[in-house]
Structures are given as structure tokens and as C-alpha cells.
Design a protein around this ligand. Structure first.
Ligand SMILES: Nc1nc2c(ncn2[C@@H]2O[C@H](COP(=O)(O)OP(=O)(O)OP(=O)(O)O)[C@@H](O)[C@H]2O)c(=O)[nH]1
Ligand SMILES: [Mg+2]
Length: 297
């Protein structure tokens, strides 16, 4: 039998460095939501890439927060420490436009780790003519990088360079997941993340950070001989004022949110859905251990 190579490749870096954009580029799919606001990703998201003799299990992580202000952010950081332990390869992403492209919390971990680590300098399109030396000067000097690549995660032509290095470093190993599986997360998760992405796009400032989406009901059926899903989602917010912002004047805003989300969910699932959105207040859910647990953190 011919050899098979596989491994867990964890993408780490500060909030907004472009980790989710890079994951989507590498697996050629819009799996992980991206946004110009920091702290978009809240959980680990696996994205799996296969060919006949390779399986790469990429893991997108929340941005590293040096000083967590909420329990939720501590949980988010927890996913990062965990991803140091189970990685075969680390992709450390640094934004070349960030005056401080480095999170202190990870410097020591990387320094101690013997996992191969590629430093990926991202958003090169925003700094034409930038040199590697200039950026390296801002990074800790005691990490033993396996390689350094300067890329733009929005540029498909940079995909091959990163993939080639990852495949070079993959150890021999089994198929951890069936070859046709794209992620470890289910449709409910992606539906709730599509709604969250639209909240990030439609509402400003603090509001999106105060929202958590829970899919209360997801019933699959048939309508006119086609698959159909009935979905009820609750948007939890932490204050009454946030509830009225989400709903908007005469319900206009939540209606817009519902329409946009439904269209994207239908595109993602490939069939029509009925989407019902409901808003509930749970004071300070971001600091409530029990609630965070029930939300799956
Ligand atoms: N110009 C440019 N923008 C980029 C590039 N890569 C990512 N972005 C943008 O940077 C913003 C943040 O990207 P994300 O992929 O959401 O960043 P992230 O690291 O996953 O962020 P968190 O989940 O919040 O930690 C988005 O608006 C992306 O479109 C790039 O190479 N060039
Ligand atoms: Mg992200």
C-alpha cells in the first residue's frame, strides 16, 4: 500500500490577523466566518483538506487575548493553549500592518515547543515593498521558525506556497476523518455562525460582542419533494438596550437580519429553510460559568 500522510495543523495569532481567512483559503471553502472587527472567531473550527495520500486537519482558533476581560475570553484563550498540545504543525499568523503583531501570551509557549512552526506574515498587499527584516525586528527572536512566508490570505496565488510547506512537514499517519468530511462541526453550528456573521455586519460597536446564538429547534422535512428545514434561533443579549437595538424600529432591523441570514443559510445548505429569530436577555452571560457551559464553551 502507498504511504499516507496526515496531521493537525493549528492556526494561531492575534485577533484580526486573518486566521479564518487563511483557513478558508487553504481548504478552498467559506467555512469560518471572517470580519474586520476583532474577536470574530470564538471556538476552534476544524477544516479538513484531503487528497488521495494526504489529510490535513486545519484548526482555526480565536485570536489570542493578552488580557481577558470576560470569562468567555478566558475560554477562548483556553482553546489556544489546547491547540499547542495537539498540533503536528503550527501556523503562526502575524499581520504586517499591526505595529505589535505578536501576543505575549504565546511567545513563551512557542519558545518551549518543539512542534514545527511556520511564521506566516499576512496582508502583504497592504504594505507593498515591505521587507522580511523589517517585520522580523518586531517579533520575538528566540523562536525557532521552521520557515517564514510573506503572503496575502486573500490571494489565491499564495495558497500553493503555504500548502506545499505544510505538506512537506506532514508526518506519516492515518485518515483521522472520512475523506469526504469538511469539518467536525454540524449544520446547526454553521447556521448559528451565519446568523452571527450577519449580526457582525449589520450592527455596530459592542452589540455583536454581546450576542450569542442558540439554535433551539432544527427540523428537517420535505416540501414539494425537496428537502426543507424549519429553524428557530434565539439571540441572547446581555442588556435590554441591546435587545431593542437588535430588533430596531418597528422590527425593521431584525427583519433585515432574518432575510440576509436565511438567504445565506439556504445557499449553504442547498435547499429552502424557514428561519425564525427570537431575542432574549440574559444579563452578563459572558461571565456566567453555567450559561457559557450551556452555550457550549
Ligand atoms: N487586505 C487584506 N485583508 C485581509 C487579509 N487577510 C485577512 N484580511 C482581512 O482582515 C480581517 C480579519 O480577518 P479574519 O480572517 O476574520 O481574522 P481572524 O484572525 O480570524 O480574526 P479573529 O477571529 O477575530 O481572531 C477581515 O476583514 C479580512 O478580510 C489580507 O491578506 N489582506
Ligand atoms: Mg477568526
Amino acid at each position: 500500500m502507498s504511504k499516507h500522510f496526515s496531521g493537525f495543523v493549528n492556526i494561531l495569532g492575534k485577533p484580526n490577523a486573518g486566521k479564518s481567512t487563511l483557513l478558508n483559503l487553504l481548504i478552498e471553502s467559506k467555512l469560518s466566518i471572517t470580519n474586520k472587527k476583532a474577536q470574530t472567531t470564538r471556538r476552534r473550527i476544524l477544516g479538513i483538506w484531503n487528497d488521495e495520500s494526504h489529510q490535513v486537519v486545519f484548526s482555526d482558533t480565536p485570536g489570542i487575548i493578552d488580557k481577558p476581560a470576560y470569562k468567555m475570553q478566558e475560554k477562548m484563550n483556553g482553546y489556544i493553549y489546547q491547540s499547542f498540545e495537539d498540533a503536528d504543525i503550527i501556523l503562526y499568523l502575524a499581520d504586517v500592518t499591526d505595529p505589535q503583531p505578536w501576543a505575549d501570551a504565546t511567545a513563551e509557549l512557542l519558545n518551549k515547543s518543539d512542534i514545527p512552526c511556520l511564521l506566516i506574515l499576512n496582508k502583504k498587499d497592504l504594505k507593498p515593498g515591505i521587507s522580511l527584516d523589517e517585520i522580523e525586528a518586531k517579533l520575538p527572536n528566540n523562536v525557532n521558525w521552521t520557515d517564514i512566508l510573506l503572503i496575502s490570505a486573500l490571494d489565491l496565488s499564495d495558497r500553493e506556497r503555504v500548502m506545499a510547506r505544510v505538506i512537506d512537514l506532514l508526518p506519516e499517519g492515518p485518515e483521522y476523518y472520512p475523506k469526504d468530511q469538511l469539518s467536525d462541526l454540524n449544520e446547526r453550528f454553521f447556521v448559528s455562525d451565519i446568523i452571527r456573521q450577519n449580526i457582525l455586519a449589520l450592527y455596530s460597536q459592542e452589540v455583536p460582542y454581546s450576542c450569542e446564538i442558540v439554535i433551539e429547534n432544527y427540523t428537517e422535512s420535505q416540501k414539494n419533494n425537496l428537502p426543507f428545514a424549519h429553524i428557530n434561533a434565539t439571540i441572547y443579549v446581555s442588556r435590554p438596550t441591546q435587545k431593542s437595538i437588535i430588533i430596531g424600529k418597528k422590527g425593521e432591523k431584525i427583519k433585515q437580519l432574518g432575510i440576509r441570514s436565511r438567504q445565506e443559510i439556504e445557499e449553504f445548505l442547498g435547499h429552502p429553510v424557514f428561519l425564525d429569530l427570537y431575542v432574549k436577555i440574559k444579563e452578563n452571560w459572558r461571565d456566567d460559568e453555567k450559561l457559557l457551559k450551556s452555550f457550549g464553551y
